[in-house]
Design a protein around this ligand. Sequence first.
Ligand code: G3H
Ligand code: 13P
Ligand code: ZN
Length: 304
Amino acid sequence: MVLVPGKVLLQKAQRGGYAVGAFNTNNLEITKAIIAAAVETDSPVFLQLSSGALKYGGFELAGLALAFAKKVPVPVAVHLDHGPSFELARECVNFGFSSVMIDGSALPFAQNVSLTKRVVTVAHIKGVSVEAELGQLKGREDDVFAAKHTYTEPLAAAKFVRLTNVGSLAVAIGTSHGAYKFKGAQKIDLGLLREISEVVSIPLVLHGASSVHSSLVAAANRYGAKISNAKGVPESQIKKAIKLGVCKVNEDTDLRLAFTAAVRKFLAENPSAYDPREILSPATEAMKEVIIRRIKVLGSDGKA
Ligand code: G3H
Ligand code: 13P
Ligand code: ZN
């Protein structure tokens, strides 16, 4: 149908008690998988690109995402994930993204507020939605590395939203990016999430939400990968988080695992193959299945 502002998807989700999936793309195959899954389930979707994705694929990759978004029969927001600077966020707004994240989470509170406010000002002029982050997820986000979690403080979050007029807020409640999210129990801090949602009324965003399905890890390892002790966020916890105000759920790692497992399997079983289209088609299909599964967990199927 159309490219829509992120806010439109999130407000509808908030009213409807479900969440919209936000999937990272880095190439044609991932973009196709995300779009096909959304169409097949009649679901809205965020198609998101990190600054790393833009470095890898150039703005041509964003152009591809926008071209798909504009022609499909479901609402799609094309979103900048973890925007690292005012300049990149502004460039994405001007390029035609319908949603941008400005990630000032590594900055002191006041600087995060002023950076976010500057982005909100330029984005809102063009009707583009803005997501910000308060608190920090452990691990690497492009060039920023955090050795430990800094959980989001509820009252600071309420103040941050009031001061910035941001449309949605990413919170740190114990998730992290990548395939190694937990050493012990796979639990996020739902009590803290409840406290945040009692004082913040805008849609909340859960980053680092891949479930790291053991079947995908096992499939990759069966064909030569060496991925051990990988752990993700259980789907039951994600469902509980949605009841507590989460309206956007980010998933990237699960797609990467599905891609890796499918490519390894295809090459192992078809040693004479050398056509990239043949090699990458099963991977596209495998990512699509992972996305469909996630869309059903979030309850956004049939909500286009
Ligand atoms: O924020 C994490 C996403 O998975 C994007 O990862 O920065 O490697 O593109 P990336
Ligand atoms: P995962 O690494 O859990 O897939 O998280 C992705 C993400 O939060 C992108 O911003
Ligand atoms: Zn993230």
